[in-house]
Design a protein around this ligand. Structure first.
Ligand SMILES: NC(=O)C1=CN([C@@H]2O[C@H](COP(=O)(O)OP(=O)(O)OC[C@H]3O[C@@H](n4cnc5c(N)ncnc54)[C@H](OP(=O)(O)O)[C@@H]3O)[C@@H](O)[C@H]2O)C=CC1
Ligand SMILES: O=C1O[C@H](COP(=O)(O)O)[C@@H](O)[C@H](O)[C@H]1O
Length: 514
């Protein structure tokens, strides 16, 4: 096969470039803009990838001048920029940043915004593309979209495009996600709608498809004939710092992380090969995985396959931590889980009988996200009587999503010496040593893609709704059934509740040690 017949090669050659545009950020004085969005744009500029004539307009309600706004963002950039802060670059980059004061529900504010965008167009000598970024609380999405439409800002002018980026959370259940999708659809076409899931922007998550489909080595073995079980762990060593308890206590681990990020990773691991790398071909395959999840309906099925837990007081990295219910802005009688472990089955030919174990939690011993593929053992002939030295004898492929990004393959080798003793060894690929430079932050990649019109790494409407449909059943069993499965506990700084270990032990498995 020539290189050009390879869809991965074609995509690299044809990847769109970010187009000149004005980005309007709603909620621009918030934490997300300060910590993530502006540093991402700055780093894109530092890499020379920012399109010409780029502008940002920050939209929020407090009164401030462009200069004051830029100064606040400069402080944020000093702390959060991946490639450090260069005074000269910042001075030129920050000239593209402007501030527009308005309430989200003030019609006059949108007329003024329109006039400001038209003034920029006049200065440029032509209309610009427009990217509206909803970085506000989700309750504000509806009024913002309605106001944009009423002001006629939802459509591009002079042949230019208008797109919308929606931050997470995208709804809190199927009904709210559907209602939000209806509002978005009444304002922007699906092709112009970009639902952010920042896990899709992580280099290592993007590499899953390349690992699976561009290497002849793995794809033939990637099924129930060879794979025994798959584990996905997303551990965090933080709790409710920075006032997050207020939001988190209304969401919980299942809604905050599993419905979106973890299901995206699961889809990438379990999907069939797409016929090409267009956004819809990839998303068609991903959504099929979520639709094929064996439903867990009712408290009995949920209790048998899903473990929820809250942390109690403990210590992480030698620092004392309070229990979840004692955290700032958390209800002292909260029934929200800060940890969840699930055993899932995907009812497709490829995955029949293979358990997918997923766990995610706060206040665990370290921050680490990884996917491990545990292969079946070969028949022991002729090694049945040989000694296995130290630990596990299975082949495991570990995809380290973060930190220390990389891939490790654990294989059995003969120990040097006369005896035919075997030992597990690790073949290890690390991004840092192989590529010699840090990967871009997820938001850098996603913002560039939204400006380039490439929605592959954004969630499509049906993906979001299918995920909520599955999650709603679990939430229902926990919060609306007469005999809900119990809330378990684990001390902060441990690897989660004993019940999550028992879940795997029932199948003769155990969580991989991280
Ligand atoms: N922070 C993070 O790390 C992450 C955040 N997100 C999501 O991003 C979104 C924003 O989060 P975050 O930045 O933390 O939120 P913040 O609470 O820090 O900021 C909220 C912003 O909305 C503005 N605002 C609120 N009400 C109005 C109003 N009536 N009219 C005009 N402006 C208003 C505020 O303006 P003013 O200051 O003028 O009051 C402020 O700019 C949320 O959906 C969140 O879930 C997602 C992932 C990570
Ligand atoms: O979306 C979210 O993600 C973060 C974890 O993101 P990561 O890139 O640091 O792994 C999580 O802390 C937060 O609760 C959740 O809303």
């Amino acid at each position: 096969m020539s290189d050009l017949a390879n869809p991965f090669q074609e995509t690299l050659l044809s990847r769109h470039r970010a187009e000149p545009c004005t980005v309007v950020i709603f909620g621009a004085t918030g934490d997300l803009t300060n910590r993530k969005l502006i540093p991402a744009f700055y780093n894109v500029a530092a890499c020379g990838d920012l399109p010409p004539q780029f502008k940002v307009v920050g939209f929020a309600r407090r009164d401030k001048t462009d200069e004051v706004f830029r100064k606040e963002l400069e402080e944020g950039n000093r702390k959060n920029s991946r490639q450090g802060h260069n005074e000269e670059l910042w001075n030129s980059f920050s000239q593209s940043i402007h501030y527009h004061r308005s309430e989200f529900e003030d019609e006059a504010g949108y007329k003024e915004l329109k006039a400001l965008l038209e003034k920029f167009d006049e200065e440029r000598g032509a209309p610009a593309n427009r990217l509206f970024y909803l970085a506000s609380a989700p309750e504000a999405f509806k009024p913002i979209l309605e106001m944009l439409k009423a002001a006629g800002l939802n459509e591009g002018v002079g042949g230019k495009w208008a797109r919308v980026v929606c931050e997470k959370p995208f709804g809190k259940d199927l009904a709210t996600a559907k209602a939000l999708n209806e509002t978005v659809a009444a304002t922007f076409e699906e092709k112009d709608t970009y639902r952010i899931d920042h896990y899709l922007g992580k280099e290592t998550a993007q590499n899953i498809m390349v690992l699976r489909f561009a290497n002849a080595l793995f794809e033939p073995n990637w099924n129930s004939r060879y794979i025994d079980n798959v584990q996905i762990t997303c551990a965090e060593n933080l709790g409710m710092e920075g006032g997050r308890g207020g939001y988190y206590d209304t969401a919980g681990a299942l809604r905050d992380m599993v419905q979106n990020h973890l299901f995206q990773l699961l889809s990438l691991v379990a999907m069939e090969p797409p016929t090409d790398l267009s956004a819809d071909s990839v998303r068609d395959e991903k959504v099929k995985v979520i639709r094929a999840l064996r439903p867990l309906v009712g408290p009995e099925a949920v209790g048998a396959n899903v473990i929820r837990a809250q942390y109690t007081a403990g210590s992480v990295d030698g620092v004392a931590r309070v229990g979840y219910r004692q955290e700032d802005r958390v209800n002292p009688e909260s029934k929200t889980e800060a940890y969840v472990a699930l055993r899932l089955f995907i009812d497709t030919w490829r995955w029949q009988g293979v358990p997918f174990y997923i766990r995610v939690g706060k206040q665990l011993p370290k921050k680490a996200t990884e996917i491990s593929i545990h292969f079946k053992k070969p028949p022991q002939v002729p090694f049945a009587t040989q000694k296995m030295l130290g630990g596990n004898s299975e082949n495991t492929l570990v995809i380290r999503i973060q930190p220390d990004e990389g891939i490790a393959l654990r294989i059995l080798c003969k120990q040097p010496g006369q005896a035919m003793n075997m030992q597990q060894v690790k073949l290890d690929f690390r991004y840092s040593s192989s590529f010699g430079k840090a990967s871009p932050e997820a938001y850098e990649r996603l913002l560039l893609d939204a400006m380039a019109g490439d929605a592959t790494l954004f969630a499509r409407r049906d993906e979001v709704e299918s995920a909520w449909k599955f999650i709603d059943e679990l939430e229902h069993a926990w919060h609306k059934s007469a005999n809900p499965p119990k809330m378990c506990e684990y001390p902060a700084g441990s690897w989660g509740p004993k019940e999550a270990d028992d879940l795997l032990a029932q199948d003769g498995h155990s969580w991989r040690l991280l």
